[in-house]
Every structure is written in structure tokens, then in C-alpha cells.
Design a protein. Structure first.
Lengths: 356, 292
């Protein structure tokens, strides 16, 4: 049914389907396809290798952040172990690829599944715990996984790390940034689509009910433990999938990056982007990755400029300061995140010149 | 046997330190239900404040002590006023993330100012404090830590039990709306609890610094060790923090001594998960009862 019309100037929804529809007008749908085409066919040819590297990292972080937003933003279960789950995904992909010899597609998918299992195990405490207590339980999960990654040397090679074979799909070599760009963003688009639709389904509504009040949700007949575990599983699947992609992209992994700081970065992404919003997770991933790049670029620049050469080494910690400052400022001044900013910008365009 | 006793004493003193550093944490949680992830950084700030005054400005020790405590008291006020107050009434995750952001800020600033090196205080503790008892020796630092800790516990015990501000703080912790309607100035209580917590943190930071040297990374790692301690004891129980601290400290040293040194770092968290599964509100915590 073609609905090529403008948005009405009020809320005239009559049926439930109109409420949960993704695109209110067909313009949105058209713009989505145009945007996807530009992204997949335009960006890899315009961007240089370094830009492409950053964009790929944004895509991978975006997948992980969407997963975390399903867990925190929609189900309301705070997890401080997302960075460790990302690491579990990276390690499962690496072990499957280098020791078992799985092909690229299979090992990334399997990484997602393995991580979903691990995530469900660490989601078990959510039977009895919530809020702060769950948050601390997942913090413990983060440290335990970190310990296992470093100390289970027969499987993970300890601190030496694992070197992965080159990624290839259907006998096409994916080791170049451009080829990997397509892999990352096709996966990204599919996972985004799945997440958006999951939220509209009965599962998504159950998640939101649990977030808003889990006792009331249970009273309404939602088996909350099953749904909480499911949410942990789905969120960890996203993290593991992203981790698997990342492992193939960097080609060699060590336990070093998967610390609490990575978990905190993921939470920062969804808070800065906007809790309970899929585009918000993507905005957040964009913001944090760009911030990291900008900060390391600034440190390098300072190091090269003669005046600061002496002080450059001591300037590096200021990265952490700026990172913290960004989180704090967003929380105080725009707690709903970039998604809200984007909504305000869009509606002010739409309402122009008769805004109220 | 000697090894066992030495481990026991090490464990007790480390545990006592954990207990001491958990106190500030419990204080904040009790009165404002904020889970403070910047705890380790507050410890480090106190320790560095004292370092600057004692080693670089070379002031007398008592003056350094007083100035550090006063400075951290003010810092606690400022943190509450600038960062925490705009978030009163916001969702839990936002408040937690705010303290995480604060932690990153403080850590960055301290690394910028002092670097990641290990510093030491000038030796100012009298040797007479050290205890030698057969083959077992207890360095003076540990004795001083226990004495200072006991003094602080006593002071805070009296403060909470008898002073009007302490009673206000307990009432806010118990039931915030009821305290508000009875005329308790809740915002002032929050500010005061952050200030006092910062003072307690500074104290424990200084003692930790005397024992192990001052290093930004290590002190902020202690801030994360506090979680198993307070969960074991119960998040809102000061006595529980002490018992929890001692148990975790003993557990750590015995695991390090008899099992493996790498397991030592992670054993508190394994215990933490087990406790959460068996007895979520800890040994002495109050059970939350929820209604829809």
C-alpha cells in the first residue's frame, strides 16, 4: 500500500500497527535505501585506507553497542561485562579459525553463539539480583573472564595471543580494508534490522515491560527469568559477533584490550547515544570511536609540534580525562543522548518556520 | 606454622585496609544509594594530597594531616554539588556511569600531574610501634593502620549514633521521603556524606600509601576490590564492611600463599558471585522488600 504522503501535524493513529510501524511515511523508507546505497557503494571508493579503518571500527563497535542497548536500554539489566563478552567472541573466533580451521563465516557466527552461551551463564545471577547487585555480579564476571583469557594457556595462548588466518568468504580474500568494509556493514545492516524488529515483537515488549517494572511484568504473566536470560543471550550474541569480526580484522589478538575499560566504553556509547534507542547505539559508537581517534591524533600532533615535545608523553593521560569529561557532560546536560539531539534537530527542520 | 601465622597477620592487616577503604564507600551508599566507582580515585587523591604536602612542601606531619583532611572534605562537597546533584532522581545507570566518568577524569588528571611512577612518603612513623613477637614481626605501619582505623571507627560510630547530623544521615538512608517530610535537609545530608566519605577515603589512601607506596594505578585498583568486600558484608552495613574486608583479605593472602599467586587477584570476585547467588544482601545487609 503506497503511503507517499507527508507526516500529519498531530497524532492521528487509529490502529496498533500504525504505532509500531518503523517508517511513518514512505519518504523514510526511500531515504533508508538511498542511505544504504550511498554507504555501501559510495563510501568505500571515496574514503582512504585510514578513514576506512576507522569506519570499520565504528561498524564493529556499533554492532556491540546495539547488543548492549538491548540489554541495558530495553531490558534494564545493567551489565559491566560487555567488554569481556566481546573478548570471548574474539577468542572463540580466533580459536576456531586457527586451531579447528573453520572458515570465516562459520567461525564468526559460532563466536556469536558461544558468547551467547557464556553471556547466559553470567546472566544467571539475574534470577535473584537486580539493579546494583546485578551490576556488581557482571563486574565480577568481567574479572573472571579476563582471568580465564590470560590463564587458560592451553586454549588461549595466554599473554602471547593468537594470530588468525586471513579472512576469506567464497574464496574471495577479505584482508583489505575495503573488502572488510562490505562484510562489516552488510552484517551491521542485517543485525540492525534484526534488532529493530526484535523490539517491535512480543519479545521486545516483554523486555520493555521488565525494564519498567519487573514485578508488575511478572504479575502480568511474563516469565521474567526466561526473558532476562534471553536478553543476556541476544546481547552477548551481538557482542560475540562483533568480537569475532574484530578478531579477523586485527588479525592477532591478546587479552589486553578486553578490560573493564572496554566495558565502560560500551556503556558510554549507549549512554551518550541514548538508552533504549537503536540509532542511539550507532550514534554512540560513532561518537566514542571518533573521540578515541581524535584524542590519539591530538596526542600525536602534540608530540610532533616542537613546543610540546617535552610534555607530550605526559599529555597522553589527558585522553582518559577528556573521555571521562565527555561522559559526565552528556549525563548532566543531555541525559537522553545524541538520539534526542537528533530528534530535536529533525523536528525543528520539519516544523520550520511554524515551530511552537 | 610460621608461614601460616605470617600469612594470617598479612591477611588480617590487608583485610583491615580493605575494610577501612570500604568505609567511605558504605557511607556514600548508605545515605544516597550511589554506587561509587570513583572510590579508588578518591583514595589516590587523598594519598597524593598528603604526598605533595609532606614530601614536597615539607610541612610538619600533623599539619599535613589536617590540611589533607580539610582539602578532601571540601573536594567531597564540590563533587556532590557539581556532579551528583543534577542527577538526583535520575535512573541508577546514569548515576553509576557518572561516577565512572568521574573516575576516568580523576585518574587522567592524576596521571597527568604525577605520572604512573611509584612514590613513597618520607619515613615518619616511630619505630616503637612495631611489634616483635617470637618469629613473627609486625611492621609499625600495620600497627599504625590498625590504631588509626580503630580511632576512625570509634569516631564514626559515635557520630552516627549520637550527633544530630549522624541521625539525619541515618534517617535519609532509611527512608528518604519520610526524612524529607520531617524536615531533614536531604541535599545537605548528601553533600555531607560525600564530604565525609572523601575524608575517610583520604585516610585510607594515606595508610595504603604508607604500606605499599603511592601509585595511581594500584590505588584505583583497590577501589574495585571494595566491591567484593561490601557485598560480602552487606552494602549498607558499616560493621559488615569490616568483617567483609577481613574475610576478603584473609582469603586473598591464603590463596596467594597456598594455591597460586595469579588466582589471588580473581578469588574475591569468584567469592562475590557465589555470595550474590546464595545470600544477595550479604552477611549484615538489610533485605530490600519491593512492592509494585
Amino acid at each position: 500500500m503506497p503511503r507517499l504522503r507527508f507526516r500529519p501535524c498531530g497524532n492521528f493513529k487509529e490502529r496498533y500497527e500504525e504505532e509500531i510501524t518503523i517508517f511513518e511515511t514512505d519518504f523514510g523508507r526511500v531515504w533508508l535505501w538511498v542511505g544504504l546505497a550511498l554507504l555501501l557503494l559510495g563510501v568505500p571508493f571515496i574514503a582512504g585506507p585510514y578513514t576506512l579503518y576507522i569506519i570499520n571500527n565504528i561498524g564493529i563497535a556499533g554492532i556491540g553497542a546495539i547488543g548492549l542497548n538491548i540489554l541495558i536500554g530495553y531490558t534494564g539489566q545493567i551489565s559491566l561485562g560487555h567488554g569481556a563478552f566481546f573478548g570471548v567472541g574474539a577468542y572463540s573466533a580466533a580459536i576456531l579459525a586457527s586451531k579447528v580451521g573453520c572458515p570465516f563465516g562459520l567461525s564468526v557466527l559460532a563466536a556469536g553463539v558461544v558468547t551467547a552461551m557464556v553471556g547466559m551463564i553470567f546472566g544467571m545471577p539475574s534470577v535473584r539480583l537486580k539493579h546494583l547487585y546485578l551490576c556488581i555480579a557482571t563486574l565480577a564476571g568481567q574479572f573472571i573472564i579476563e582471568y580465564v583469557l590470560v590463564n587458560w594457556e592451553s586454549l588461549t595462548e595466554g599473554a602471547e595471543g593468537i594470530i588468525l588466518p586471513e579472512a576469506s568468504l567464497f574464496k574471495l580474500n577479505l584482508s583489505s580494508d575495503r573488502a572488510f568494509f562490505w562484510v562489516v556493514f552488510v552484517c551491521f545492516a542485517i543485525l540492525c534490522w534484526m534488532a529493530v524488529n526484535l523490539i517491535r515483537s512480543r519479545y521486545g515488549r516483554a523486555f520493555v515491560a521488565i525494564r519498567d517494572n519487573d514485578l508488575a511484568a511478572e504479575g502480568m504473566g511474563i516469565p521474567i527469568f526466561r526473558y532476562k536470560l534471553l536478553s543476556f543471550g541476544i546481547s552477548s550474541f551481538y557482542a560475540g559477533f562483533a568480537g569475532g569480526l574484530w578478531a579477523y580484522y586485527t588479525m592477532s589478538i591478546t587479552p589486553e584490550p578486553f578490560t573493564l575499560f572496554l566495558s565502560i566504553q560500551y556503556i558510554a556509547m549507549i549512554i551518550i547515544g541514548g538508552l533504549g534507542s537503536i540509532p542511539g547505539a550507532v550514534f554512540g559508537a560513532l561518537f566514542i570511536t571518533m573521540l578515541n581517534e581524535a584524542l590519539s591524533w591530538a596526542t600525536e600532533y602534540m608530540m610532533n609540534v616542537g613546543v610540546f615535545a617535552g610534555g607530550a608523553l605526559t599529555l597522553a593521560p589527558l585522553r582518559e580525562f577528556v573521555f571521562g569529561l565527555a561522559i559526565v557532560l552528556f549525563l548532566i546536560f543531555e541525559p537522553k543522548g545524541l538520539a534526542e539531539v537528533w530528534r530535536i534537530v529533525r523536528s525543528s527542520f520539519r516544523l520550520w518556520p511554524f515551530s511552537y | 606454622m610460621e608461614f601460616f601465622i605470617q600469612l594470617l597477620i598479612n591477611g588480617l592487616s590487608i583485610g583491615f585496609l580493605y575494610a577501612l577503604s570500604a568505609l567511605g564507600f558504605v557511607m556514600i551508599f548508605k545515605s544516597s544509594s550511589v554506587l561509587n566507582f570513583a572510590h579508588g580515585e578518591l583514595l589516590a587523591i587523598g594519598a597524593f594530597f598528603f604526598l605533595v604536602l609532606s614530601a614536597w612542601a615539607k610541612l610538619p606531619i600533623v599539619v599535613c594531616f589536617a590540611l589533607t583532611l580539610a582539602g578532601c572534605f571540601t573536594l567531597g562537597f564540590v563533587i556532590e554539588r557539581l556532579f551528583l546533584r543534577p542527577l538526583i532522581g535520575e535512573a541508577l545507570i546514569e548515576v553509576i556511569m557518572l561516577t565512572v566518568g568521574l573516575a576516568a577524569m580523576f585518574k587522567g588528571l592524576m596521571l597527568f600531574a604525577f605520572g604512573g611512577n611509584l612514590f613513597r612518603y618520607p619515613d615518619f612513623l616511630p619505630q616503637a610501634l612495631s611489634i616483635k613477637w617470637g618469629a613473627v614481626s609486625i611492621p609499625s605501619v600495620y600497627v599504625a593502620a590498625v590504631i588509626i582505623g580503630l580511632i576512625f571507627l570509634g569516631v564514626f560510630g559515635f557520630f552516627f549514633k549520637y550527633s544530630s547530623q549522624g541521625i539525619y544521615m541515618r534517617s535519609v538512608a532509611d527512608h528518604q521521603p519520610a526524612a524529607l517530610s520531617l524536615g531533614v535537609h536531604v541535599r545537605r545530608v548528601f553533600a555531607l556524606s560525600w564530604a565525609i566519605a572523601a575524608v575517610v577515603c583520604a585516610m585510607s589512601g594515606i595508610i595504603l600509601g604508607i604500606m605499599q607506596g603511592i601509585n595511581v594505578h594500584e590505588l584505583s585498583a583497590v577501589g574495585l576490590k571494595v566491591f567484593p568486600v561490601v557485598i560480602l558484608g552487606g552494602l549498607d552495613s558499616i560493621g559488615g564492611a569490616i568483617v567483609g574486608g577481613v574475610i576478603i583479605g584473609l582469603l586473598e593472602t591464603f590463596t596467594g600463599g597456598y594455591l597460586s599467586t595469579s588466582l589471588r587477584e580473581v578469588i574475591p570476585y569468584i567469592v562475590l558471585v557465589l555470595i550474590l547467588l546464595i545470600k544477595p544482601y550479604g552477611l549484615f545487609g538489610s533485605v530490600e522488600i519491593e512492592r509494585v
